[in-house]
Design a protein. Structure first.
Length: 142
């Protein structure tokens, strides 16, 4: 296992396994059961960095910008930002990864921020696993 701090670096090259394709509403657990149904489709591909450990005890989350990818795809890209998020009282950072080498532009930064603000509120009301504590969006490091 690699500590998440090694992958957290802006500019780090990481591999991401896609779990939730872009424009999906459903987040599944590793065993395939539904974990969470979002009121909004995710505007990006969502997955995790294999062989890492995030502070919440799960693999480090990552979102991959660009076209829709198939669930299970393994992609390689560079970290262009880190979303600071707290889920159920535990740190749960999310890497923002691009495969095309371009930096994070202002428009995309704003879209990610808007999504995680709404997602944090939705988790408070819809995700029973957090015991009502839900999520908190703390910002984006670039």
């Amino acid at each position: 296992m690699t500590r998440s701090s090694e992958a957290h670096r802006i500019g780090a090259l990481v591999q991401v396994r896609i779990e939730v394709p872009r424009l999906s509403f459903i987040k599944r657990r590793p065993d395939g059961r539904v974990h969470f149904v979002s009121p909004l489709p995710t505007p990006f591909n969502y997955g995790s960095v294999p062989d890492t450990l995030s502070p919440d005890g799960d693999p480090l989350d990552a979102l991959v910008l660009g076209p829709r990818q198939r669930s299970g795809s393994l992609l390689e890209g560079r970290v262009v930002a880190v979303v600071r998020f707290v889920d159920g009282g535990l740190e749960d950072p999310k890497l923002v990864v691009r495969c095309d080498g371009r930096p994070l532009d202002r428009w995309t930064h704003r879209r990610i921020e808007a999504f995680f603000r709404v997602y944090a509120l939705a988790k408070r009301f819809l995700d029973r696993d957090t015991g009502g504590r839900g999520g908190r969006f703390l910002g984006i490091d670039t």
